[in-house]
Design a protein around this ligand. Structure first.
Ligand code: BES
Ligand code: MN
Ligand code: ZN
Length: 501
């Protein structure tokens, strides 16, 4: 859906569908009042009828209301005025666009930017609309022989604003929302593709395609031979049981054109294209979902796409270790000891804790970019799904300022994280009698010990770890990749750019 900005009188603007908000208790927004007046009380009459209570997300469609220039008037409930917050606003905008998409309207004029949302500005609100519009339009059909044909005709949205100042802000917001949505779409597509198509080689090819498309992105791909030379014994031990060769994808986005070299933010994303568990094989039920185990890597590529679209003045490097984790005669086994690129040795007690084994070598590799910040993104532990469900990503790290900035970016973008402690007591669970560390720390605090393991490879770095095991995809009826945490990461980078100005 294409979104543009519109000023003027909504009541006299001709449109296929005018969208307005009313609050619970019957209070009208400013534009709703003007429209009500022009239509000789059509909205008040609707409220009086009792059909619309104003509950957040509820809506009623009126056809050809008298006195107005619109074919349809969609009145959307916004909940209680003083209870309006980011989550409710999201719900309202989503409900409005969903309802408009059930009609034959090809375009709509959306007047929901005037709602007060915790001091969020016109850019933020317009951005949310652009994001929601793109999300509703997302379809996965790459592996279906018949493409869906009866798609909703709604293709154009006009986002109404009061004046030129708001228009300027809203335009920026729409550009951001559209870029974030484009990044999320890439992330979702890669996530939804099955493991037999989305292999490490395929992921690398997609990264290369990104590099060809954006002049600011340079992509290098290391093959197993190159990784062997670098001493990535931990990463390679994971791919040894697989016939698909591993890849290390390095995508450098260069947005700072000045001669002064700015240290990059490095994003490291787990790119496990299928996780069967290896010799410590997983139970069969739901194993198909382990095609999503590369969503961290996909989110890193999606984030790079979004910031390249926005041409953000910042340097960001994406590092994606890509591998399968399968059992065969050459696979790593419980008890095996491998040497990571950092020189530290690892006793593999559970071959299913493979994410950390590929991430540690990728992070050691990332040190060559002299990063200002390192953030790794991984579907790392089932324990995180148990702890936080699908609403928040797990967040841990060694730098509280960085963590606070990410928490903040998560709140602002509606893509939230929640911090867990990374105390040294937990790290002791990784002790091994035979190597520098074990790759698992027992049943207790699995998300934290997973982060502790990665923490052993981030000495001297400002580092944060996002466990997206619960947030990267939905299961059940809405099964599919979510595109998270692209919104949080892009917001974090946007905030960084704004702070440096
Ligand atoms: N990719 C999984 C984590 C996962 C499981 C994500 C379920 C989402 C849903 C990861 O590689 C894994 O298998 N982790 C193990 C770690 C354990 C062996 C310490 C887990 O969570 O069971
Ligand atoms: Mn695993
Ligand atoms: Zn995994």
């Amino acid at each position: 859906m294409h979104v543009t900005v519109k000023t003027g009188q909504p009541e006299s603007t001709s449109t296929a569908c005018l969208i307005l908000g009313v609050f619970e208790g019957g209070k009208l927004t400013a534009t709703a009042q003007a429209v009500d007046k022009a239509s000789q009380g059509a909205i008040k009459a609707l409220l009086k009828s009792g059909d619309l209570k104003g509950k957040a997300g509820q809506s009623v469609m009126l056809h050809h209301p008298a006195g107005l220039a619109c074919d349809r008037l969609l009145v959307v409930g916004c909940g209680k005025e003083d209870a309006m917050d980011i989550t409710t606003y999201h719900k309202v905008v989503k409900a409005a666009l969903t309802a408009a998409r059930t009609t034959a309207a090809k375009e709509a004029l959306v007047c929901l930017g005037e709602l007060e949302v915790n001091g969020r500005d016109a850019a933020w609100k317009a951005r949310l609309c652009a994001e929601v519009a793109a999300q509703l339009g997302y379809r996965y059909d790459q592996t279906k022989s018949k493409k869906e044909t009866d798609l909703p005709p709604l293709a154009k949205l006009q986002w109404w604003v009061a004046d030129a100042t708001e228009a300027r802000l809203a335009k920026r917001g729409i550009a951001e929302g559209t870029a974030i949505a484009a990044g999320m779409t890439l992330t979702k597509d890669l996530g939804n593709l099955p493991g037999n198509i989305c292999t490490p080689t395929y992921l690398a090819e997609q990264a290369k395609a990104l590099g060809n498309h954006y002049k600011n992105i340079k992509v290098t791909v290391l093959d197993e031979k190159a990784m062997e030379k670098l001493g990535m014994g931990s990463l390679l031990s994971v791919s040894s049981g697989s016939r698909q060769p591993a890849r290390l994808i390095v995508a450098e986005y260069n947005g700072v054109t000045t001669a002064r070299k700015r240290k990059p933010v490095v994003l490291v994303g787990k790119g496990l294209t299928f996780d069967a568990g290896g010799i410590s094989i997983k139970p069969g039920a739901g194993m198909d979902e382990m095609k999503y185990d590369m969503c961290g890597g996909a989110a890193v590529l999606g984030t790079l796409k979004a910031i390249a679209e926005l041409e953000l003045p910042i340097n960001v490097v994406g590092v994606v270790p890509a591998s399968e984790n399968l059992p065969d005669g050459n696979a790593n086994k419980p008890g095996d000891i491998v040497t990571s690129m950092s020189g530290q040795t690892i006793e593999i007690l559970n071959t299913d804790a493979e994410g950390r084994l590929i991430l540690c070598d990728a992070i050691t590799y990332a040190k060559r970019f002299e990063p200002e910040i390192v953030i790794d993104v991984a579907t790392l532990t089932g324990a995180c799904v148990i702890a936080l469900g699908k609403h928040a990503s797990g967040l841990l790290g060694n730098d509280q300022d960085l963590i606070d900035a990410l928490l903040d970016a998560g709140r602002a973008s509606g893509d939230r994280a929640w911090q867990l402690p990374l105390w040294p007591e937990y790290d002791e669970q990784l002790k091994s009698p035979f190597a520098d560390m074990a790759n698992v720390g027992g049943r207790e605090a699995g998300t934290i010990t997973g982060a502790c393991f990665i923490g052993r490879y981030t000495k001297g770095l400002r580092w944060a770890h996002l466990d997206i095991a619960g947030t990267a995809w939905d299961t059940g009826a809405n099964k599919g990749a979510t595109g998270r945490p692209v919104p949080m990461l892009v917001q974090y980078l946007l905030n960084r750019v704004a702070a440096k100005k």
